[in-house]
Each structure stands twice: as C-alpha cells, then as structure tokens.
Design a protein around this ligand. Sequence first.
Ligand code: FMN
Length: 180
Amino acid sequence: MDFSELIKKRQSVRNFNGKTIDRDILDKCVEAARLTPSACNAQPWKFVVVDNPELVKKVASCTYGPIARFNKFTDDAAAFAVIVIEPGTLASIAGAVYSNLDYAYMDLGMAVEHFCLQAAELELGTCILGWFKPKEIKRLLNIPMRKKVGLLIAIGYEKEPRIRAKSRKATEQMSSYNKY
Ligand SMILES: Cc1cc2nc3c(=O)[nH]c(=O)nc-3n(C[C@H](O)[C@H](O)[C@H](O)COP(=O)(O)O)c2cc1C
C-alpha cells in the first residue's frame, strides 16, 4: 500500500467486531514498533501484548470508569498493547536533561504510531488510549509499580470498515517555511 494511503487508512477505531487476531499479525505490529528510531537508540519501551480473552476483558475495564465512560468501546477489543516506559541509556537521559526535552515520550509516541500503521496495513483497527487506570493495569499484568505505563493501544477488527475524513489543522496553521 502507498504510504500516503496508509496514513489516511490509519484512524482511531472504536467499533470492534470481537473477532480474534492471529498471533502472527500481532507479531508483525510488534516488529514494526521494534524498528522505531529513538533518541540515542535507547528504545525505552516494552510492549506487553494482551491477547488472552479473559485478560483482555480485564484490561478493557481499566480503560474507563463510572464517570469517564468514553473508552467503554474497548469492551469489544480483541487485544491490547500496553506500553511500559523503560529506562533510557545514559546518553539519552543526559541529552534529555541538557535539552529539557523528554525523549522517552517522543520515542514511545513514534513506536506506537509504527505499531498502528502496521496494524492498519494488515486491516486491523487500533485506538491509542491515553486514559486508563495505571495502577490497576500494572497489578493485572505484573508490571512493577515503580514503572510508568505510557500508553495503551486497543486492537481489533472494525465492525463496518469505512475511512473517515481526518479533522486536522490547515497546512498553513501547522507548518511554515523559513520562519515561524
Ligand atoms: C496520546 C494519545 C492519547 C489518546 N487517548 C485516547 C483515549 O483515551 N480514548 C480515545 O478514544 N482516543 C484516544 N486517542 C485518539 C485520538 O482521539 C485520535 O487519534 C484523534 O482524535 C485523531 O483521530 P484519528 O486517530 O481517527 O485520526 C488518543 C490519541 C493519542 C495520540
């Protein structure tokens, strides 16, 4: 698939059909994340893929609460990727302090997008989740409490696949040449 087509195809999917996902498909998405560039090649991530149906349901229930219900759609997800932030290298940590920029979060964001783009190419829907209950997820998946969960990806096949138009800032608003 042409890359510009793939970018349009990748969208947040919030209507999963419940169909299970083959491991080799999930493995390809993990491989795409593995190849992501990162500051000083620190690769400060661990992708915990959850595809055990019972655990999937439990992770889903950690992505919404009685008031914040907007992630309730994850009840129909077939899998999750839970991305844990791992320590960087000495060089990436020193660089981040010197630059006052959090490279680990940037790295993580790119790895998540690699995962989602690969998933889209394989006709698999994803939704990146920044809202979840970190303590409950850590308890569920034996992630040490001192570690930080950066993002989740809800994964599944879309009920009625349809590419939506993207709602984005205008090009002139988000970019310029030669001056701010
Ligand atoms: C860091 C991050 C956190 C997000 N958290 C959520 C979330 O908790 N729930 C949700 O439904 N969508 C979430 N999204 C999806 C965004 O709402 C979505 O990417 C954005 O509206 C653009 O739409 P698109 O992904 O369909 O192109 C998140 C996206 C990112 C990048």
